[in-house]
Design a protein around this ligand. Structure first.
Ligand SMILES: NC(=O)c1ccc[n+]([C@@H]2O[C@H](COP(=O)([O-])OP(=O)(O)OC[C@H]3O[C@@H](n4cnc5c(N)ncnc54)[C@H](O)[C@@H]3O)[C@@H](O)[C@H]2O)c1
Length: 434
């Protein structure tokens, strides 16, 4: 079976590679010509563990190719996955212009029955809207079916998540399309992956509801961590004991500077907007966003208080991506904190294992210098902030860090160190909720 995946970002590229690994013939399409040129030369435009290998393997087997020619890809494919970006639009609702542009082209190019699968995260009702856009642009009135197949992969473990998902959601009104999409994911039956087959709107809402629930856990534990600091409690045993309750579960109960990334913030805003549109206010979702907006600002306040102001302080920042194992800095709390620190007059020495090239595009002011290691970032600083919990920071030589700093002050927003140990090493140590 021939498949086209439109959009070769984090989701499209991983999905394209994964589907090719399932044995399908996949063409990955992007309108960014440079990206396609790079991919054809074996250069992977994003950092994702295992991606290079899986891409290489499937290109070599002739199951995976890259192109900007949507027309011929569509005409030889039975199924077209839409995996383009749906960033937050001006009014908070997702900007569906990339999806719309693809839909128009699909209408123009389709010449026989096709299954159009929306993998991008979209507002509820988008599947039906895309159907209309395609119909309005159809040159040849052929039959086609719409499917919503939201993606749940996590950056940093995207390949593993795609190849071994917790579930596959297929939303459609067509039995034929459901059967075709199920067939695509057939290798997952062998590992007993649960399938949820439902209608379009339900599938679209499953994605929003899942992300909103995970984000709720994060904002919830962050609020409890803030309370811990006031009442003299320790968030770690609180979260652990909560997580041991099987009805709660241990995941997403780690306090920190708030959630970021290209999904949670915009998807929650999108869900809140959808609620408003249908006269059904999403109060919990709105509160989760509000808590999150404040959480990274608490980190800045702590730094400001401890250093008696920000001006002319030199602050080392470890980690810029929104979470470890990715180079994605979209909505990263680390980036928001850096911006605020420099606005207050601080100088930043930043280090991240992979996200510096992306960070340089949006954080390029004079007050920020980029370093080649955590040690270089700490050197001569008045304070060091752990903003993203990359594993390499956990095993850092703390004695060496301390001796190179002007003042031994650490703000560990991700709680990667133990307070007792840090104090015994002579650091003034601030963490979250302990
Ligand atoms: N990143 C994640 O972890 C993740 C997880 C689950 C779902 N999602 C959702 O998946 C979608 C894609 O996210 P992403 O992070 O991969 O986005 P991205 O911005 O990394 O990639 C989008 C790609 O689409 C391309 N594109 C845009 N318009 C196009 C067009 N008309 N024709 C061809 N290509 C076009 C862009 O050039 C880009 O390469 C979003 O809706 C997102 O919310 C993302």
């Amino acid at each position: 079976m021939h498949i086209t995946v439109v959009g070769t970002g984090y989701v499209g590229l991983v999905s394209g590679a994964g589907l090719a690994d399932f044995g399908l013939n996949v063409t990955c399409i992007d309108c960014n010509e440079q990206k396609i040129r790079d991919l054809r030369q074996g250069k992977v435009p994003i950092y994702e563990i295992g991606l290079q290998e899986i891409l290489g393997r499937n290109v070599k087997n002739n199951r995976l190719s890259f192109s900007t020619d949507l027309k011929s890809a569509v005409q030889r494919s039975l199924v077209i996955f839409i995996a383009v970006g749906t960033p937050e639009g001006q009014n908070g609702e997702p900007d569906l212009s990339q999806v719309e542009s693809v839909a128009r082209s699909l209408g123009e190019y389709m010449d026989e029955y096709k299954v159009i699968v929306i993998k991008s995260t979209v507002t509820i009702g988008t599947g039906r809207w895309v159907r209309n856009v395609i119909e309005q642009n159809q040159r040849k009135k052929v039959k086609f079916d719409m499917v919503s197949n939201p993606e749940f992969l996590r950056e940093g473990s995207a390949i593993e998540d795609f190849m071994r998902p917790n579930r596959v959601v297929i939303g459609t009104d067509s039995d034929q399309a459901a059967a075709i999409v199920k067939d695509i994911y057939r290798p997952l039956y062998l590992i007993e992956t649960p399938f949820v087959v439902t209608n379009l709107e339900t599938a679209e809402l499953i994605k929003y509801a899942s992300n909103a629930f995970l984000a709720t856990k994060i904002s919830f534990i962050n609020e409890i961590a803030n309370l811990c600091e006031k009442v003299g409690a320790d968030i770690h045993p609180v979260a652990r004991a909560m997580g041991l309750d099987k009805r709660i579960g241990p995941k997403f109960l780690h306090p920190g500077p708030g959630f970021g990334g290209s999904c949670f913030p915009k998807d929650l805003v999108g869900l809140a907007k959808t609620g408003q549109k249908f006269g059904c206010q999403m109060r919990i979702v709105e509160s989760v966003l509000e808590v999150n907006k404040n959480q990274w600002q608490f980190v800045v306040q702590k730094i400001e208080q401890a250093l008696d102001g920000l001006a002319d302080n030199r602050i080392g920042v470890l980690g810029l991506s929104f979470k470890p194992n990715t180079d994605d800095i979209r909505e990263s709390p680390a980036v928001s904190i850096c911006k605020r620190l420099t606005e207050g007059g601080a100088h930043i020495q930043a280090y991240d294992p992979v996200a510096i090239p992306n960070a340089k595009r949006i954080l390029n002011e004079e007050r920020i210098s980029y370093c080649d290691s955590a040690y270089e970032a700490a050197s001569g600083c008045d304070a060091l902030l752990i903003a993203t919990e990359w594993n390499e920071f956990r095993n850092i030589d703390l004695e060496r860090i301390k001796s190179s700093m002007r003042r031994p002050i650490i703000f560990d927003s991700r709680n990667i160190f133990e307070p007792e140990k840090m104090e015994s090493l002579g650091f003034k140590y601030f963490c979250t909720g302990r």
